[in-house]
Design a protein around this ligand. Structure first.
Ligand SMILES: [Zn+2]
Length: 453
């Protein structure tokens, strides 16, 4: 009796599976996206008018509208005269950090300036609260056209890996995330003024502390255990080449790339000598170092976070401060911007491979994280980069730096259907990036302001 029932159960289960499979085969959605123009940032070529045929989450065919037929049952999304671009990639961000600039008195109390109080607050607060904030910031990024991010630390132990997985299975909306887990840092860098009796326990919520090559390998393995996609190391003066080289060797053994935060000339040299895959920030890089980076194929990742009047505008809105300090910030904005102009020129001239990230992690009043982040890309044009190079830095180049050039970064058959559209022509007005009106990720429409009329 029991055997017969079991057999019946199997037969019903089999029938259910077969019908589900048939249903699945029939229900792969087919979508045609039509637009007046499609701009390929790699070449500057424009298809006009353009059609992108999408099956499920992948691009099936791209071409002139006259060349692509309409398959039966296809859903048509007509974006009128808009310009289509690949989904944007922010290759350096912090979705679980949202720093509010502290008041002047609070800043003065800390040796390490404005970053420290907010950083400590982030580590000390509830991880649940923090990851829910991360979910909000992830959605804000996606709504501004950022369909992929590389999240390089400041996420607690597993905040960014869990957020990535939640997005991937559809619990919350957000960009695809390459998660770095905890940042590897040498003891002594980053945070000061902590209660020494508690400092190790506090820091280990956010960082993996390195002390020698063996601990560097161990730190990478701990991040691998948490299923990270990339390793982030902060190189400051105290980090040695053998320590960084050991971390990189262990990461490469696990097929992970290593992004190294390096700002000063010495730390940039450490990153080059140890064989980093990308150097983040790189502000004090020399021409000789750029040549070494080019020869070794190391990416330069621009982070023009505070370019232009960023501090002036942010502090006006959030911080009570004296006229004297306000004036100092304004002067800093001018001198920082001039320095950055020079950096951009030197990097472009060197022929080194480059990408760009917002390095956002600041609360900017009145703007979403996505709006603040995309506002950082047109400033590279102000610094002397062509509009096409800016677009490359946050599409095809970034995809290569992430090792995902076979999946994202261009509008091509076989890649994920990650598309954005703007009204004007970003090749002549790069600030169009701040006005993305259509976003598709994985073949699903996230936002379409063109549908209103
Ligand atoms: Zn950063």
């Amino acid at each position: 009796m029991r055997v017969r029932r079991y057999g019946l159960f199997l037969a019903v289960l089999f029938a259910a599976l077969v019908s589900t499979a048939q249903l699945g085969a029939q229900s792969v959605p087919v979508t045609l996206v039509k637009a007046g123009r499609l701009l390929d940032p790699r070449t500057g070529n424009v298809l006009a008018p353009a059609t992108v045929l999408i099956e499920g989450d992948k691009i099936k065919q791209v071409g002139l509208s006259s060349q692509i037929g309409v398959p039966a049952g296809a859903k048509i999304i007509d974006l009128g005269s808009a310009t289509l671009l690949p989904g944007l990639i922010d290759s350096h961000t912090h979705l679980l950090l949202n720093i509010v600039m502290p008041a002047e008195a609070e800043r003065a109390r800390h040796l390490n300036g404005s970053f420290v109080p907010a950083q400590l607050l982030a580590i000390a607060e509830s991880p649940s609260k923090r990851v829910l904030m991360g979910a909000q910031l992830a959605r804000e990024d996606l709504e501004s056209g950022i369909t992929t991010v590389r999240n390089l630390g400041h996420s607690g132990i597993d905040g960014d890996t869990e957020l990535r997985d939640a997005i991937n299975i559809g619990r919350v909306p957000g960009p695809r995330i390459l998660a770095a887990g905890r940042k590897l840092i040498a003891q002594g860098s980053y945070l000061q003024n902590l209660n020494p009796a508690l400092s190790d326990a506090i820091l280990r919520q956010e960082f993996l502390l390195l002390d020698g090559p063996d601990s560097a390998r161990q730190a990478v393995r701990q991040n691998v255990f948490h299923n990270v996609d990339v390793i982030k190391v902060t190189a400051e003066e105290s980090l040695t080449v053998p320590e960084l080289a050991a971390a990189i060797e262990e990461a490469h053994r696990n097929h992970l790339k290593v992004a190294v935060h390096a700002v000063s000339k010495n730390s940039i040299q450490t990153a080059i000598d140890a064989g980093a895959d990308s150097i983040e920030h790189g502000n004090e890089v020399t021409d000789q170092q750029l040549k070494q980076m080019r020869d070794k194929g190391i990416f330069f990742d621009f982070t023009p976070t505070i370019y232009g009047d960023f501090w002036t505008r942010m502090t006006e809105a959030t911080v009570v401060m004296s006229p004297a300090l306000r004036d100092r910030w304004a002067k800093l904005d001018v001198s920082d911007t001039q320095t950055y102009d020079s950096l951009v020129q030197h990097v472009l001239k060197s022929g080194v491979k480059f990408a760009a990230g917002s390095d956002m992690g600041w609360y900017f009043p009145g703007k979403t994280l996505g709006q603040t982040s995309v506002s950082r890309f047109p400033v590279l044009h102000q610094a002397g980069m062509t509009s096409l190079d800016v677009l490359r830095a946050i599409t095809r180049n970034a995809a290569e730096m992430l090792g995902w050039q076979d999946r994202i970064g261009t509008i091509e058959a076989g890649k994920f259907a990650d598309l954005v559209a703007v009204t004007g022509d970003p090749a002549t007005d790069i600030t169009e990036l701040e006005r993305v009106r259509f976003v598709m990720k994985n073949g699903e429409v996230v936002k379409n302001d063109f549908a209103a009329h």
